[in-house]
Every structure is written in structure tokens, then in C-alpha cells.
Design a binder for this molecule. Sequence first.
Ligand code: LRH
Ligand code: MN
Ligand code: MN
Length: 424
Amino acid sequence: MINQDIIDASNDDFKTDLHTDYESLGARLDRRGISIDAIKQKVAGYGIAVPSWGVGTGGTRFARFPGAGEPRGIFDKLDDCGVIHRLTGATPSVSLHVPWDKADPADLLSKADEVGLSFDAMNSNTFQDQAEQAHSYKFGSLSHTDAATRAQAVEHNLECIALGDKIGSKALTIWVGDGSNFPGQVNFTRQFERYLDAAAQVYAGLPADWRLFTEHKMYEPAFYSTVVQDWGTNLMIAQHLGDQAFCLVDLGHHAPNVNIEMIVARLVHAQKLGGFHFNDSKYGDDDLDTGSIDPYRLFLVFNELVAAEGVAGFDPMHMLDQSHNVTDPIESMMSSAMEVQRAYVQALLVNRAELEGAQDSNDALTAQAALKTAFRTDVEPILAMARLEKGCAINPIAAYRAAGYRAKVAAVRPAIAAGSSGIV
Ligand code: LRH
Ligand code: MN
Ligand code: MN
């Protein structure tokens, strides 16, 4: 889809400057006692999963404005995800959403092999009704008042595990929209108990080497209360279910100004941090591009993650989860994956001895300066050099545009009529 000649030609435009910039940054980091090559090696080995549902143009509950060459199904989505990884070298795996991506496991595996990807966490969907299902999720799924509806939701999650197991996935992420829209509509306690009971049935079906991630979200689609509304409830769930259960933190699922990096630290302490859905937000679950609104917060999250490296049992999975309304989704996801890498590298640059010394002596100004020094470092030459050495693009967006991929797929994928709505 994107041949090496195009990448090489694009890289020729940037190579000379990159070498100069890499050397100059290397000299500056050397003065701080940091080996630029060691940092480059770490980021070269760092991967983030992309969401299959992110390569189609998103939408809001008001409208969706489809772009050209929208993927027709999971196999086109995998092609698009392959392009993201081909150019950035940063996204070796894809997270599937079932039933949106349901397909023959052998076909999924051979397509993934063809485009050089593997499968990350599976995601179940009990927030929408499907044509063939017996019971509606209008009033909830795993926490529904009706036992048959809960059983159907449990069964669907087990089906996601069964599919995932055949394609090499090792985790299931559950997010439910269950909640209520009116005070008094539900009994908070009974609804939560029903959820716990159903989630335990899913947990019981996990293979021994799998993890179960539950994802909290403050509101939406239920606007008065949500059954798994915050990290406190999420932690209770993970602790209730057992050792294979962990909390997933979607950055967009908190109230504005909530201290997410501190939530991360608490979950690390509890040994229950399972993974992330990276995105950014201004108001709510906006699903904006990662790092587009508050890159400092993303860095602060990574500062906690780097500080926790080496802690026993600490192995969170990293995924993007965002929706693209005004950009080419492939471009947005490439740039977002690189923003995640940037935050990671900046966090690696934090002088931890200086930070801890300042913390211990209550020197707040020096402590925050230690973070700011790392955050203000332009680490782009490290990321770009890691890409170049992998045979990927120094400037993935430029190479992507030069390749004309969107026009090529638009020629074979039928245009989608305007007016359809929904998140995929
Ligand atoms: C819910 C959510 C969850 C879903 C995805 C489509 O807002 O973040 O992760 O699976 O969006
Ligand atoms: Mn999410
Ligand atoms: Mn979300």
C-alpha cells in the first residue's frame, strides 16, 4: 500500500536536518547525563495499539460527515491500521470491537499478518442493540433488571473472549453505558450488585493468561448516573473480581480538571492499573486527538508511568481511543501515536534523583522545574531517528500525503452517503 521508495524519497527531504538536530540534542542531553541513544532504543521498543473503530470518520449524535475512502469493514480497517504502523513504526497492534469487527478468525489472522499487525485487547459492545439479539440494552446490559438480558450480555462478552483467544488477544475491555437518566430511576446499590454478579460470570470465563479490564466513564449515554462512573467504583470492581481484573483509564472519561495522573498513581499503588485509552478532551468525552488540548497532562500521566516502571506486576496496555470528525483519521492516529511517544520520551528525561530530592526537602519550585525541564525538551529528533532506523518515515504525515493513499482507497471504496450518524 505504501512502498519503501515513497518513504525513502520523503525521508530524503528531512534526513540532513534530522542528523544535525539529533546530534545537537544528543550533546545537550549528554550535559544532563542522558544518553540519547539509550532513550531512542526505549522509544523504538515502545508500541501503542490503535482502535479499529478510529480509522473511520467519527460523528456526533447530530451528524456524521464521512470522508473519502472510508473503510468498508474490518479488512479495510486493518489495511488503514497497517499504513499507520508502516509509516510510524509505533502502532504494532489493533484493538477490535465486537460485533463491529466480527469475522472469521483465520481471515483476521491472515490479514493481520499481511499488514504486519497483531491484536490487542478485545472490546465488547453491549451499549447498542444488534439486529439479531433477543433482548434490548435500552435499560442496561450487565446491570439490567432482567436476568435474561444480563445473561445475553455475559454471553456476548464470552463470545468476545472466544474470538480473541483465536487471534492472539490476551485481554477483554468492558465498557458499559448502563446507568440512569432520572433520580430514582434505579437503585444504585442493587444495580451495582447486578453488575458485579454479571461481571464475575465473564471473569470466570477468562483464560488463565488473560486480563479483564473494566473502563469507567463519568456519564453518557446515561446522563444522571452511570454504574461504573469513576475510578473508585472501577477499583472496587477489579478488587471484587480477582487477580486477573484491572482498571482501564480512558483519559476522556473524567470531569474537566480531574487529576488523572494522581488516579494513575493510586491505581499503580493498588496494582490494578490495567491500561489506557489515550485521547484528549476539553469538556467531556470529546475523543479529541491525543495531546491536542493538554500535552502537559499527558506528560504528567507518563511521568507516573515511568516512575512505576519495574514495580512488580506493573504492565499496563496502551491504546488510542479517539474519534475523528474533521481530519483524515489515518493522519490523526499517526500524529496521536507520536504524541504518546513524545510524552513517554519526555517523561524518561525527568531527572528523578533531582525530583525526589526536591520532594523530600519540600522544594516545590525545584520539583516542578525538574518536570518542566523534561517537558520543554523538544524530543522530536529522537522520535524521528527511531522511525528512520526502522525504515519508517521521518515525517509520516508528509510521506502519507505523498503516497496518495487516501485517493487510492477512495477509488475502490464506495463513497458513504451523507446523513448517517454514529460513532463508527
Ligand atoms: C466509551 C468508549 C469505550 C468504547 C469506545 C467506543 O465512550 O470510550 O472505550 O468501547 O468508546
Ligand atoms: Mn474508551
Ligand atoms: Mn469514550
